[in-house]
Design a protein around this ligand. Structure first.
Ligand SMILES: Cc1cc2nc3c(=O)[nH]c(=O)nc-3n(C[C@H](O)[C@H](O)[C@H](O)COP(=O)(O)O)c2cc1C
Length: 208
């Protein structure tokens, strides 16, 4: 059992998504004590944004490149290999400006590769990164799971969409909302999220 654990909050020790993703991984390790965890702190070790030269490395025939670009091509391949080798992904995903952290987007931009994690077919694109389960630790300052701001959720909806695009549909979300609405609201929300972590379905594909 291989777990790939990603964190993307810029808020270090005060981060809600980091605390929750850690709790999810701890729970998984209790269920699967022999599991191996690969951890990537996407803020401490930021992945440079995709550019044309780096994206050229996605193609089977890569044009000659500078040493720095060659290193970035190798990084892209490492990130894809880590994803494909994993059975479970745990993603700490705060909402920033209605979407995911740019550090997480930079990781996504490296692993969504034609021929590796999806392929184009006559019937349209097909995901290749199948057979994985994902747990998302989602944190938000406001309320998006219902109410007036729900259409502004380009974080969880985006993550579900891009994961489905590469073939991953077994996704469970642990969500802490209203975190910017005062200490009481934050505490209530975090208590609920930790309770949700404890109730996560270990083996089924029950998507929350
Ligand atoms: C740069 C930045 C942008 C944010 N944008 C939003 C937002 O669009 N909507 C929202 O509800 N909260 C927003 N927040 C609040 C965060 O979602 C909230 O602080 C959450 O706890 C972040 O997760 P983290 O604690 O794991 O970093 C933002 C926070 C920061 C720092």
């Amino acid at each position: 059992m291989q777990i790939l654990h990603l964190d993307s909050s810029i808020l270090a020790d005060s981060s809600a998504s980091r605390a929750l993703s850690q709790a999810i991984v701890a729970g998984l390790l209790r269920q699967h004590p022999t599991a191996t965890v690969t951890y990537r702190d996407l803020v401490a070790e930021a992945i440079p944004h995709l550019d044309g030269a780096i994206a050229a490395g996605f193609r089977p025939i890569t044009p000659p490149a500078q040493a720095a670009t060659v290193a970035e091509h190798a990084r892209s391949q490492t990130l894809v290999a880590e994803l494909l080798a994993s059975d479970i992904l745990v993603i700490g995903a705060p909402m920033y400006n209605f979407s995911v952290a740019s550090q997480l987007k930079a990781w996504i931009d490296r692993v969504v590769q034609p021929g590796r994690t999806f392929q184009y077919t006559a019937q349209g694109p097909v995901g290749l990164a199948t057979g994985k389960r994902v747990f998302i630790a989602s944190s938000r300052g406001g309320l998006y799971s219902s109410g007036a701001l729900a259409p502004m959720d380009f974080q969880e909806r985006y993550l579900r969409a891009v994961l489905a695009f590469i073939g991953i549909t077994d996704v469970q979300v642990v969500r802490a909302e209203n975190l910017s609405r005062g200490p009481e609201a934050r505490e209530t929300s975090m208590r609920g999220a930790y309770a949700a972590v404890a109730e996560l379905s270990p083996d089924s594909s029950a998507a929350h």
